[in-house]
Structures are given as C-alpha cells and as structure tokens.
Design a protein around this ligand. Structure first.
Ligand code: NAI
Length: 335
C-alpha cells in the first residue's frame, strides 16, 4: 500500500539534503509517495506566508512529514516556524538519538547509544508569560508543568524503551531547587516508572547529568526530561558523537509526526553541494521505525555506518572530498 508523506524541502541546504535523502529512500522501494509542501523563506516568497494553510492541511491529511531546516526571518510574526508546528500539531515528544559512528572525529567514536526524550510543549522553553517592567530592570517568565504533560512524555519514554529493547530510563530534573515544577515532573515520573518494573529507572539532577554525559556517556540509555533541559542536553549529546551533521530528531504527537535534522539551514555552505545528508537520512530512519518498517530503518542505518567505515564519498565536514549527492549514492549502493 502506498503511504503518502508530506515533504518540506526547506531553505538553505534543505533542498540539497532532501534530494539526497529521497534518492536513498527511493532505492529501498518502500512504496512512499511524496506530497511537497512549502514552509519558511520559500513559502514567504511564493505565498507571502511562512507557514501556508496548504502545508498545515497536507500534514493533517498525511500525518507524517519529512522536513528540511527552515529559516525563520527575524521579526516576522512568530518566534519560530518549528515551534509553531509543534504547537499546531501538539507534537509533545521530541526524540533525539545520539549514537557513536565511525570516522567522525568525535570525542566518542564508540560507546554512545542513547536517546533523549524531551517534553516539547510546556515548561520554561515555550516562553509563556514573558514580560519586562517599563524601566527594563526586571524580566519575568512563567514556567508551567502539568501532570498530563509529564505523564504522557514519561510514558512515551518508557514505551520507547520497551519497544526498542532498551533497558534503562534516566529521569532528569532539578526538583531539589525547582520544587513545584520540576518536583511535579519527578513525582509523576516515579508513578509512571512503577508501572514498568521490567525497565530500570534512575533519577539524576540536570547539572550532574551534563557532567556525567561528558565523562561517562555509556551509562545512559534513554533520558527523559522537561523541555528546556532536553533542548540543552540533546545538543550536548549531538556534540559527543560528532556534531550536528549526524543528529536527527522526531517530533511526535497523537495525530501527526514530523521528522527532521537537528541542524539549521547552514547558509554558509548552501548551494555548494557540501552539506552532509546524514542527519536528515537518520531522521528518515526514525520515520521508517514510526511507520512500522523497522527492518528498512535498520538497513538504512547500517548502510550509513558501512559508508562511514569505508570513508566512501564523505562530505567535507567528515574530512572527505565527496559531495551531498555522491555521499547519498554511496549510502544507497550499500542498502
Ligand atoms: P546551522 O545548523 O545552520 O549551522 C551551524 C554550522 O554547522 C554551520 O557552520 C554549518 O555550515 C554547519 N552545518 C549545519 N548542518 C550541516 C550539514 N548538514 N553538513 C555540514 N555542515 C553543516 O545553524 P545556524 O547557522 O545557527 O542557523 C542558520 C539558520 O538555520 C537560521 O536561520 C536558523 O533559524 C535556522 N535553523 C533552523 C532549524 C530547523 O529548521 N530545524 C534549526 C536550527 C536553525
């Protein structure tokens, strides 16, 4: 059966890495059909809107989107198109795997294989209740955490652990100081954890987590945390394993899911064929897992690892002299 997905080519290096990713997906003959939709600068130029209704309708219809990075121009109405998409579709789980890959010149070429599950819809990060006094001396922000929001994200993390054969979930918090907000998150996390006796659960304060990640990342398996902590921790994890060119992310809700690369539009290398397509390809692998095609997701990840091991046609960020499409073709040839 054909599965239609919404494809957003995006800005900057977006179209290049999307072409490369679709080339690899096509090699696998998955029965995917692509419905293209505009967002970001391209949409602004064509439709005079950053996030056209037709794009929202396409995601609503198909429930699955593969998205390249988007430019959010400064002062154009809302703070970020990505944040807007998360809000519109209630994409409450932000899932970011970080795994050691060969030949990436990272600090941890082996030993890291963890997933950060970040709450995506509440907490300090969404900027609720921001105000500043007239004299500019005092700034305020409301940080709201709910039982519902905490329950569904912690449950998502435990279900992910069960589904993917992972053994441990680390609940990251700051409940010793933020007793109400982080305290509620931790309380709910303990209640949910008790319902998954087969999965080991430990708790860690966020500052210690950062140090532990840098010193002994191999102790982590699944991390679940609130929005702002998750934002920071998942970038730290991407840094451990070789940077943004290898970091994918999924934004998952009940009615829709959007898969993407963590990096931005890289305007400094756009149009030069230098962009590493792996982050979006790994995002596509997350999409295949979500679509119930884990065997294809594994084939795709294995082909990426084999290409990195062979140092075949790697892009300049990985020290190679290949380009975006030659790298993708080298991956496709190993699928
Ligand atoms: P960036 O991630 O675009 O670039 C940071 C550095 O990493 C640059 O030197 C770039 O060349 C390099 N880089 C990024 N992706 C790469 C890849 N695939 N291969 C090789 N090198 C790569 O971050 P920056 O410069 O802060 O943001 C640029 C624009 O991207 C901004 O307009 C920002 O709003 C947007 N952005 C969009 C995101 C999204 O749509 N998910 C996420 C982050 C930023």
């Amino acid at each position: 059966m054909t599965q239609t997905i919404t494809v957003i080519r995006g800005d900057g290096i977006g179209p290049e890495i999307m072409d490369a990713t679709l080339h690899v997906l096509d090699t696998m003959q998955l029965g995917l059909a692509y419905e293209e939709a505009d967002a970001g600068l391209v949409a602004l130029e064509k439709h005079d809107e950053l996030l056209p209704q037709a794009t929202l309708d396409s995601i609503t219809r198909n429930r699955i989107a593969l998205k390249s990075p988007l430019t959010t121009p400064v002062g154009e109405g809302f703070s970020s198109i990505n944040v807007e998409l998360r809000k519109r579709f209630d994409l409450y789980a932000n899932v970011r795997p970080a795994k050691s890959f060969p030949n990436t010149k990272s600090r941890f070429p082996t030993g890291v294989d963890l997933v950060t599950v970040r709450e995506n819809t509440e907490g300090a990060y969404i900027g609720e209740g921001q105000s500043i006094t007239e004299d500019g001396e005092t700034a305020t922000l409301v940080q709201k955490i709910t039982r519902k929001g905490s329950d569904r994200i912690v449950r998502y993390a435990f279900d992910l652990a069960v589904r993917t054969g992972r053994r441990k979930v680390t609940v990251v918090h700051k409940a010793n100081i933020l007793k109400t907000t982080s305290g509620l998150f931790l309380k709910v996390a303990r209640e949910v954890a008790a319902q998954y006796p087969q999965i080991e659960c430990n708790e860690m304060i966020v500052d210690n987590t950062c140090m532990q990640l840098v010193m002994r990342p191999e102790q982590f398996d699944v991390i679940v945390t609130t929005n702002l902590f998750g934002d920071i921790i998942s970038d730290l994890c991407a840094g451990l394993v070789g940077g943004l060119g290898l970091a994918p992310g999924a934004n998952i809700g009940k009615d829709a899911a959007i898969f993407e690369a963590v990096h931005g539009t890289a305007p400094d290398i756009a149009g030069q064929g230098k962009a590493n397509p792996c982050a979006l390809l790994l995002g596509a692998a997350q999409m295949l897992d979500h679509l119930g095609k884990p065997e294809y997701a594994t084939r795709l990840r294995d082909a990426i690892v084999a290409t990195l091991e062979a140092k075949d046609s790697l892009t300049p960020d990985l020290g190679g002299s290949g380009n975006t499409m030659s790298f993708a073709k080298a991956i496709a040839s190993r699928i």
